[in-house]
Design a protein around this ligand. Structure first.
Ligand SMILES: [Fe+2]
Length: 390
């Protein structure tokens, strides 16, 4: 039986060697230096829990297998050295030596381990920049990884991308889900129709126009992305609309800080009034979340039910809502385009404000098939495709 070489890094990436210049111990840290001036301070216990060779990193999963209750004293790190090939060597109190790949250490020094490190830059846009979503060939994206990568990069960067030329069956969304990640189930089901219903459970399934909004602000974490696939559209009306929430929020921050501050501060209770469900969440329209979290706009007014603020704030909260909605629906920020059978529009449901004109059922039929997929799924697929293709 042939020996399989042990992995050199606690992950499934391939790193280029980046030989170290020197290393020394300072307090509980190994201070690692590269010839170009880059530096990383690695704590003794971080090095301890990242030992390869099935020591503290489990070889098959590449995950740490040590219980923090069993961490030794940091003085267990007794020495450090640069190996002949430029890797780091850590010497432990029992005289064993652990090796750390110089390229892996360097990716940490360069901050490439952070969640946002391989994500495309966000491209903020208004109607001056885009008139329709950036569009890709649907069949190619379903079949080819490079095409999927390009589509997901546009989706994450612009918050909006479109596929065209797809079949008009209900198999398309699950097929795309299989290419990207788990679809998110909700009280509407894993996938759901958007059509004019006799007994609608959502304003989306009426002929009413839908002003700029985001879906499911009734949830602690609203779905990250939404996918809408057009199966039938013989209506002349019912154009789709999109506006980039980043651009709207920036405009308010710069030109109407008073309105922006109210929208960030004033909470509303969002409540879905389904006979079978009772989802509720209280939050502001502009929700910046914790540092490093993506922006969440909570803007589906059919489910915005109660002010959750001091009475004194209510009048200006209503005035701010009016201002926000006027801006999001203005020609400066909102684009408007037809939805053709075989089109699939994907968008960041927490960043983009989507909507549609009213539907004229006398003029034809309009049937969409929709689903949600969380940010995590899309980001994970994008990172794996980037790992594979670049
Ligand atoms: Fe919607």
């Amino acid at each position: 039986m042939q020996d399989v070489p042990l992995s050199r890094t606690p992950d499934f990436y391939e790193y280029v060697d980046q030989p170290l210049a020197r290393v020394h111990i300072e307090n509980e840290f190994a201070v690692i230096n590269w010839p170009d001036g880059a530096m990383l301070r690695a704590h003794a216990l971080w090095l301890f829990e990242n030992q390869m060779g099935d020591v503290t990193i489990e070889e098959r999963t590449r995950e740490s297998k040590i219980d923090p209750a069993l961490f030794p004293d940091p003085s267990v790190l007794t020495g450090v050295a640069v190996a002949e090939d430029g890797d780091l060597e850590a010497i432990w109190a029992d005289d064993s030596v652990a090796r750390y790949h110089s390229g892996w250490l360097r990716h940490v020094a360069d901050q490439r381990h952070r969640p946002d490190s391989v994500m495309p830059e966000s491209v903020e846009w208004t109607s001056a920049d885009l008139t329709e979503p950036i569009t890709f060939d649907g069949a190619a994206v379903l079949a080819d990884d490079a095409a999927l990568h390009e589509f997901l990069e546009a989706l994450v960067g612009y918050g909006l991308a479109r596929l065209e030329g797809l079949e008009t069956t209900r198999d398309v969304l699950p097929a795309l889900g299989r290419r990207v990640g788990a679809l998110r189930d909700t009280n509407f089901g894993v996938t759901w129709p958007v059509s004019v219903d006799v007994k609608p459970t959502s304003t989306a399934n009426t002929t009413l126009p839908l002003p700029p909004h985001t879906d499911l602000p009734t949830r602690e974490t609203p779905p990250g992305f939404q996918l809408l696939h057009c199966l039938v559209n013989t209506c002349s009306a019912g154009f789709s609309t999109m506006a980039d929430g980043y651009a709207v929020v920036r405009h308010l921050r710069e030109h109407r800080p008073d309105v922006h501050d109210v929208l960030v501060r004033a909470n509303w209770v969002f409540f879905n009034r389904s006979p079978e469900h009772d989802h509720r969440w209280s939050g502001p329209l502009i929700d910046y979340g914790a540092p490093g979290m993506p922006l969440t706009l909570r803007a589906f007014h059919p489910v915005r039910a109660f002010p959750d603020m001091d009475d004194v704030d209510v009048p200006e909260a209503y005035a701010a809502l009016r201002e926000f909605s006027r801006l999001a629906g203005s020609d400066e920020f909102q684009i408007r385009y037809p939805f053709r059978p075989g089109d699939l529009v994907a968008f960041d449901n927490r960043r983009l404000l989507h909507g549609r004109d009213s539907i004229d059922v006398e003029g034809g039929q309009r049937e969409l098939h929709g689903t949600y997929i969380d940010h995590d799924e899309v980001y994970s697929r994008l990172r794996v495709l980037s790992r594979k293709l670049t």
